[in-house]
Design a protein around this ligand. Structure first.
Ligand code: SAM
Length: 209
C-alpha cells in the first residue's frame, strides 16, 4: 500500500463552483494530485490511497479519503475529480469517515487527528514528509524496502508548502524528511516520481535471474 496526503491550506471545505477550480483555494492542485496519484494509462493504481486535507474557507477542516481499490466513476480529468470531491463536501461531516461515493469518504478530521488515525491503524509501516531539503528519496526507499517496509505514507504540501505549525504536527509523527533531487516541484509531479520509483522497485523484485 502507498498513501499520499496533500495539505490544501486554502482549499475550500464547502461545495464549490466546478468552473473555477483555481479560485476555490487551488482546488485544481488537489484534483491534479488525485489524478497523478491514482491513474495510469487505462487504469487505476489499486494499491494507492489518496488523502486531501481542506483547510480553507469556511475554516472548518475536512479530510477526504479516496481508495484506489474501491473508487468508481472517476476519470482522470480535473473536472471529473472535482465533481466527486464536490459531492463529498455536500455531506455533513463528522469525526468519522462517511462514504460519499464508491471508494470516497469524508470526515471533519484535522491534520493531527488524521495522522494519529493513520499511524494507529498500522496499515503503513512508515510515514515520510516530502520536503525539498530532505534525504534523497531513493536511499530512503531502498532502506525501507530492505526492511520489507512496502507500505509507506507520504505527506506533501500544496503551492504554499506546509506552515510551521503543520510541520510540527507532521514531525511529531515521523522523523523521515525525504526529497526528490534536485529542484522544487509541484506536488502532483512529486507523486508521479514516487510512483515511478515504486514501479522500478516492483519491476526489480519481479525480475528473476
Ligand atoms: C510547490 S511545492 C511547495 C513550494 C512552496 N513554495 C514551499 O516552499 O514549500 C509543493 C510540495 O511538493 C513537495 N515538493 C516539491 N518539490 C519537492 C522536492 N524536490 N522534494 C520533495 N518534496 C517536494 C513538498 O511537499 C512541497 O510542499
Amino acid at each position: 500500500m502507498r498513501g499520499f496526503l496533500i495539505v490544501g491550506n486554502n482549499a475550500v471545505s464547502d461545495p464549490f463552483n466546478l468552473n473555477d477550480l483555481p479560485g476555490n483555494g487551488r482546488m485544481d492542485i488537489l484534483c491534479r494530485f488525485v489524478a497523478q496519484s491514482l491513474f495510469i494509462s487505462h487504469g487505476i493504481r489499486r494499491d494507492v490511497e489518496v488523502y486531501l486535507l481542506l483547510l480553507g474557507n469556511p475554516d472548518r477542516p475536512k479530510a477526504i479519503k479516496i481508495s484506489g481499490r474501491y473508487v468508481k466513476g472517476m476519470n482522470p480529468d480535473e473536472r471529473s475529480i472535482g465533481g466527486l470531491i464536490n459531492k463529498a463536501l455536500s455531506i455533513t461531516s463528522t469525526d468519522k469517515w462517511v462514504k460519499s461515493t464508491p471508494g470516497i469518504f469524508v470526515s471533519g478530521k484535522d491534520l493531527s487527528r488524521l495522522l494519529t488515525e493513520i499511524s494507529d491503524e498500522k496499515i503503513y509501516n512508515t510515514m515520510a514528509y516530502l520536503r525539498e531539503d530532505g534525504a534523497d528519496i531513493r536511499y530512503f526507499l531502498k532502506k525501507e524496502m530492505d526492511k520489507m517496509n512496502n507500505n509507506i505514507f507520504f505527506i506533501l504540501g500544496d503551492h504554499l508548502g506546509l506552515k510551521d505549525d503543520e510541520e510540527r504536527v507532521v514531525l511529531d509523527k515521523t522523523y523521515n524528511i525525504v526529497a526528490i533531487p534536485t529542484v522544487s516541484l509541484q506536488a502532483d509531479q512529486c507523486v508521479v516520481i514516487v510512483n515511478y520509483e515504486f514501479d522500478l522497485l516492483d519491476a526489480a523484485k519481479n525480475t528473476s535471474y
